[in-house]
Ligand binder design. Structure first.
Ligand SMILES: [Zn+2]
Length: 86
């Protein structure tokens, strides 16, 4: 039903009575004990059904290395150009 005209407060409240959000059901990871979505891989350790699905530790490591390389690149560029201070 399309809302075309001004409604009474009760009409608005009636419509909004269905707008409440519900908290998601979460399962506890058997490997690390953190909460994750049921039937989904644990986003903390990468385990599902007792085995590693995605090696999140290696991913984190490679990401850190990538970020570190980027940081060094930025720092190197900053040292080359003279910094102007106000
Ligand atoms: Zn876990």
């Amino acid at each position: 039903m399309v809302i075309r005209m001004r409604h009474t407060r009760s009409h608005t409240a009636n419509r909004r009575s269905h707008h409440a959000l519900t908290a998601p059901n979460l399962a506890v990871c058997k490997n690390c004990g953190s909460q994750h979505r049921p039937h989904h891989m644990c986003l903390n350790c990468g385990f599902y059904k007792g085995r590693v699905v995605i090696d999140l530790l290696a991913k984190k490591k490679s990401r850190e290395a990538r970020l570190q390389a980027k940081r060094e690149l930025i720092q190197g560029a900053a040292e080359e150009t003279p910094v102007t201070t106000k």
